[in-house]
Design a protein. Sequence first.
Length: 631
Amino acid sequence: AQPETIDAIYQMRKKAVGLLAKTQGSRKPVAFVEDVAVPPQQLPEFAMEFKALLDNALLDYGMFGHIDAGVLHVRPALDLCDVRDEHKLRDISDKVCDLTLKYKGVMWGEHGKGVRGEYMPSFFGETLYQVLRQIKQIFDPNNQLNPGKLVTPSGSQADLISIDATKRGHFDRQITGTMKSEFAEAMACNGNGLCFNYQPNSLMCPSYQVTQDRIHSPKGRATLLREWMRLVTKKGISLSRLPSHPSVLWLFKLKYGLFDLKKTDFSHEVHAALAGCLSCKACASQCPVQVDIPDLKAKFYQYYYLRYFRPWRDYLLLSHEFMLPTIGNWPRLTNLMTHNPLSRLILKYGFGWIDLPKLSAPSAQRRLRDEPVWAWDASQLGSLSPRNRKQYVVVVQDPYTTYYDALLVSSLVTLLQLGGFQVIVLPCKVHGKAMHVKGFLKQFERVAHQQAQMLQQFQQLKITMVGLDPAMVLALRQEYQTLPNIPTFKVLLLQEWLVSNLSAYSALLQQRRHPQTVHLTLLQHCTEASALPASKDLWHQIFTHFGLDVTIPAIGCCGMAGSFGHEKQNQTVSKQLFALTWQPLMQQPAHQVLATGFSCRSQTKRLSPHAVQHPLIRLLEQLNPTKVEAE
């Protein structure tokens, strides 16, 4: 076999647990006969009997392992919310124990015994088992270390945890079907704990990395959400029947927010855990079962703030995108009004906002006022031949790049024109990403449909669309696509478009290429790195083609994550995250460090001595330095 074929097989083995965890339906693979081991020479016969046992129980299952060691990892699919399946867990455990003894094996060949201590006498024998209890008595006489697992101290009357003990499914089955489906990702969390990651260069989970508090992890948040759903169901509350009329809603909030202050509400604990989530969406791709906490957070916020008052900063953020087209026309005046000492104090202590970025001056529209990129006619474009339409590229603006980093918009237009393409710059409409993060889901759905209808026109014409900011573009593919009846479209990231059109720049590069003088470091937006792992290779191909030497290190979240790093309450976490992996890289000269995300560049600008550039600027310099505009 070819080496790549062999490697593909090994990769499949490594991905087995994650693939099993994504099984569709209410039955999920459960690790209760996880790592049985028998003498390797008897493994084939043992495996056949094991398969027959599960087939007779009418169960689906995953089976993989280590042939050389005689270890099998077997995960039967059960729905532990179903009492009948819960009983099957005991029945199968007992039968697998007997089968393993028959082949002179053990039930715990690799991953530990867990709560299967009741089977230990069958494998160790009564004499040796009592010796183990005596050892426990010497080192843990009060039964404080892992109580209930493995053995109890000699003379202790304490019981081991039974396989029949109350399981998570006992509580989960109390949650109604409606809530289960709406918060399905919280139900899907299987407790694998991959999010308990201390490695600073890991994408998941940034809030856990700095707090080391399991509540501030995807698993912790999913657990709290399930308990919240159980309590809501138990109290007979129907989320769909909560008041929505503004006047009734105001009275409802007044009652719970002011008059019931002494009453405890578990919702507050859930809110506190979710408020620490940066909404980076690493868990949506890095978690084996892809538990998307930011999406769950948005849904929870939607209901939580039907009952309690929102902070004023949320409303300011909501209105912000609608205001940008107006205030963006007067950037210097707006910056003067919002960044003087008095305004900063009001924003900080009145709204909880700090270190807000300044509007770009001149604006994107002013930079491109002499370019024929704003006017377009759908019917005229439709009359072009497919070949001619391929010469057009549509620039999809997002509010943050357009109004706070306008140089990038005009630079992208220049880059496209240097490649011989006809450019159309779409009007910068309200995007809605921030609305989704804060749980303004009705408003988000409304603006998303408006944006999608405009983009669908170009999708139908098969004209390529390109966006700049990773978080904004990926929201068009992720959050937008979860909405009902959303029009179909696809916007490419800059690197996705460039890697397919490198040949358009070959001749220009041959004329202008000069020897590499610096080594560049490119820092990816964490959402980009997690959702599009191939993006790293795309950037490498692009920089190589442009004759540039670049390193793209594995790094964690910068700590800004949209509005998170601008909220006063999040400053400790935000700054600690930046110090973990980003701050050390800022020792390099400014022109050698590049960053793809607007949030990342904003964070770097406020927490390091110098700002960093978007890779687009460096690529444009390589093509034609005279085309690079001043900030």
